[in-house]
Design a protein around this ligand. Structure first.
Ligand code: NAD
Ligand code: UDX
Length: 464
């Protein structure tokens, strides 16, 4: 095929933004335009002040600085960008359905379909359409069907190129990926399209790490990768409960099993439960597909990963209540961290939201400090659960811009995110400002338990 010189990406979110920024940085001769319906988001991507980018990711500002205005553009003019591009990435959100059949389980594909219809409407030249969003296996069939019924003679090739970046490390994951996966039709035209995308990545990713497959394997592999990763977290969290009931220590167990090269040491960190926009959604999606195909045992097997994760969050909240003499009503409980993991401002499905909600049910006053998440976001996360009125949430949940204010006069501190800075605080000063006995519930096994205990804290960690 002709070399790609113009790319459009629909969706300027956590995936579209960083992915296209790196692709543009590494391919100065390709014009990359990222479009979104959300005008505020596009304005933020274009802000001269790089601290105002809509997403916080270490290193992202430098990549944007280098490429933006040179060959990387952010725009709300979706139609022009589609029409100009030879290759169009679809990177819109695919949340869990909140209505109708498959509610609470299936992926909501309405945004994907809208993209396909928009491409079909405006395209006047042949296009390669790339699924970057995480999609149920067989979605390419639906996209193809929409695109092939335009009647204007334009030819489309559909590729699947799922994204494996993790938030907080997006830029290093993109620059040095374990692998890039590209699936496409095994016809001559399909193979040409695959090659065109391989060439885009090959400017910075070693060829051996660019894997090409048929399109269905590629779509399914993304769901499976997330299911396996989440399953490791639920597995170690299940063991953390067993450790708490015995005298085993989950960190020691994780180290002992992780040194087995067949098991491996990564992703064995016991925690208050996994969060993030992907794990739960993608497993539910896998469960839904399995059920739809009549594979009940397979569905049940994977669903257990989510059941265990919900249990881990509940267990953490219950432990706080029980330890504080079975009542937290009217007590101030400080949360360190609200984001679903460190080094991101993303709060989607963060454990903190669920733990906070549970404690507010018990009428606790929650005071939160997170280095990157603002008060408005925290309120909106809690309101989204619809457990009580927005006014009630406002009275029970407050946000501080300084950690020492958040912990002052509290009965307990709960660590919900593993931000590095929490380790460096003046813990004596914190202890002095709290009600006694002063409790710490370390949901991330982040802090030095012995050091805290020698100050006088009563420390509860996961799996010890
Ligand atoms: P996001 O919500 O941050 O971004 C999606 C963007 O798409 C939004 O800004 C939205 O306004 C825009 N959009 C929706 N419909 C549109 C349309 N018709 N035209 C133009 N813009 C439109 O979502 P995200 O986290 O970037 O995730 C995108 C996809 O990537 C999802 O399928 C997700 O599962 C997958 N994914 C996410 C991650 C991650 O870490 N967040 C990692 C790998 C894969
Ligand atoms: C995940 C996948 O890792 C990534 O490949 C995919 O593209 C998107 O989904 P992300 O959700 O951004 O990435 O972060 P990840 O590092 O996977 O963490 C997910 C959650 O699991 C976080 O809440 C994290 O704190 C938790 N976790 C992770 C643990 O509790 N223990 C671990 O050992 C690892």
């Amino acid at each position: 095929p002709n070399k790609i010189t113009s790319i459009c990406c629909i969706g300027a979110g956590y995936v579209g933004g960083p992915t296209m920024a790196v692709m543009a940085q590494k391919n100065p001769d390709i014009k990359v335009t990222v479009v979104d319906l959300n005008a505020q988001r596009i304005a933020d991507w274009n802000d001269a002040d790089l601290t105002k980018l809509p997403i916080f990711e270490p290193g992202l500002d430098q990549v944007v600085k280098e490429a933006r205005g040179r060959n990387l553009f952010f725009s709300t003019d979706v139609e022009t960008a589609i029409n100009e591009a030879q290759m169009i990435f679809i990177s819109v959100n695919t949340p869990t359905k909140t209505y109708g059949s498959g509610k609470g389980m299936a992926a909501d594909l309405k945004y994907i379909e809208l993209c396909a219809r928009q491409i079909a409407k405006v395209a006047t030249t042949d296009k390669i359409v790339v699924e970057k969003s995480t999609l149920p296996v067989k979605t390419a069939q639906a996209i193809k069907s929409i695109l092939n019924h335009t009647g204007n003679g334009v030819k489309f090739q559909i590729l699947s190129n799922p994204e494996f970046l993790a938030e907080g490390t997006a830029i290093t994951d993109l620059i040095d990926p374990d692998r890039v996966l590209i699936g496409g039709d095994q016809t001559p035209e399909g193979k040409q399209a695959i090659q065109a995308l391989v060439d885009v990545y090959a400017t910075w990713v070693p060829k051996a790490q660019i894997l090409t497959t048929n399109i269905w394997s590629s779509e399914l592999s993304k769901l499976v990768a997330n299911a396996f990763l989440a399953q490791r977290v639920s597995s170690i969290n299940a063991i953390s409960e067993l450790c708490e009931a015995t005298e085993a220590n989950v960190e020691e167990v994780a180290k002992a099993i992780g040194m087995d090269s067949r098991i491996g040491s990564k992703f064995l960190k016991a925690s208050v439960g996994f969060g993030g926009s992907c794990f739960q959604k993608d497993i539910l999606n896998l469960v839904y597909i399995s059920k739809s195909l009549g594979l009940q045992e397979t569905a049940d097997y994977w669903e257990q990963v989510i059941i265990m994760n919900n249990h881990q969050r509940d267990r953490f909240a219950n432990k706080i209540v029980q330890t504080l003499y079975n009542t937290v009503a009217g007590k101030k409980i400080a949360f360190l961290g609200w984001a679903f993991k460190k080094d991101t401002n993303d709060t989607r499905e963060a454990a903190a939201i669920y733990v906070g909600d549970r404690l507010i049910d018990e009428q606790a006053n929650i005071s939160v400090y997170d280095p990157k998440v603002n008060a408005k976001q925290m309120q909106s996360d809690l309101n989204y659960l619809n457990t009580r009125s927005e006014d009630q949430n406002k009275t029970y949940l407050s946000t501080e811009s300084n950690p020492y204010d958040a912990v002052k006069d509290s009965h307990a501190i709960a660590v919900l995110t593993e931000w590095d800075e929490f380790k460096t605080y003046d813990w004596q000063r914190i202890y002095d400002s709290m009600n006694k006995p002063a409790f710490v519930f370390d949901g991330r096994n982040l802090l030095d338990t012995e050091a805290l205990e020698s100050i006088g804290f009563i420390v509860n960690a996961i799996g010890r």
